[in-house]
Design a protein around this ligand. Sequence first.
Ligand SMILES: NC(=O)c1ccc[n+]([C@@H]2O[C@H](COP(=O)([O-])OP(=O)(O)OC[C@H]3O[C@@H](n4cnc5c(N)ncnc54)[C@H](OP(=O)(O)O)[C@@H]3O)[C@@H](O)[C@H]2O)c1
Length: 355
Amino acid sequence: MSQPNPLTVAVVGATGVVGRTMVAVLGERDFPIGELRLLASGRSAGRTVDVRGRSIEIEEARGEAFDGVDIALFSAGADISRDLAPQAAARGATVIDNSNAWRMDPNVPLVVSQVNADDLAWHEGIIANPNCSTMQLVPVLMALRDSVGIERAVVDTYQSVSGTGAEAIAELEGQIRAHVAGEAKQAGVYPHPIAFNALPEIDVFLDNGYTREEWKVVTESRKILHMPDLRISCTAVRVPVFVSHSEAVHVETREPITPERARRLFGEVDGVVVNDDPATHAYPLASDAAGRDEIFVGRVRQDPSIPGDRGLAFWVVSDNLRKGAATNAVEIAELLLERGWLRARSRREAVEAPA
Ligand SMILES: NC(=O)c1ccc[n+]([C@@H]2O[C@H](COP(=O)([O-])OP(=O)(O)OC[C@H]3O[C@@H](n4cnc5c(N)ncnc54)[C@H](OP(=O)(O)O)[C@@H]3O)[C@@H](O)[C@H]2O)c1
């Protein structure tokens, strides 16, 4: 390993639901941290947070805060990432960004740890972490791409409110309390009450009629899987679940495949667990996945609407805050360390080039 050890790590958005999960996951996995900088808005600056028995003061996220930082995990929204990620990278930090600011930039690798880790080799200081719905989908699609080929995929999501952030969690709790008290439900974060509802609107509407969340699943899946022409469509729905996203997935494969073989292939993917026994009502549940790092797959069955045994239907569930955001970001950081790729490619080449 060519990098200094232990490292100076910054978490931007450290007071948010993803940022707090990032801090927890770094600790759980014993990531080699010498100094941990917790950055957020000026509103939180000066507050202290207890991290594994140590009190750390939150600092305002500004360019100077990245001096001496080796790895910066960003999770404070796209505007902050657009502004501060290049500043952090210019100061020598490797940025792993959780927002949608850089994901489709052709010069920025978009990486799911068990799918396309080799893409990390060409980073220039900023690496993008995919959207949570894409994250749990692509390792499962990878298993089909590599075995029987994929002709087309249709994905319908059932996404938890923690995917929106801390305010949305509070909004669902408030609406549940209002319902029990017989009061009107106040909607603020979402355009309609989310309690006891299902909202087919996540992120803004685009000109093509899709929401941006749905289009992220389309474009990010193509980039991560290296399948620029993949035929894929998505409907993204917000549901009154606190943690974990669920997805109903229909795939048309190039060659025939049985559900038994698909279960075997899914189970062989690192970090994917098959839970599929209808006789005992065993299938992945959001409540079981919450707090876990794995991606769970079940309800695997033939899709009879596709001829020749080339259709599969299945259900994919994962914790959107962990594998969907924080865990994958930390896994990327671990891969960079293992492979000696912490420094941007251009700076590695400058050091390695013969005099
Ligand atoms: N939630 C998920 O499942 C998920 C999954 C994938 C990606 N993401 C992405 O992760 C990011 C954060 O999501 P979240 O769910 O953690 O949101 P959140 O709970 O609302 O937290 C937002 C964080 O951003 C910080 N922030 C806001 N304005 C800032 C500013 N001007 N300067 C510095 N920091 C600022 C907040 O700090 P203060 O407390 O000081 O306001 C807070 O730490 C978003 O880009 C989101 O799209 C989320």
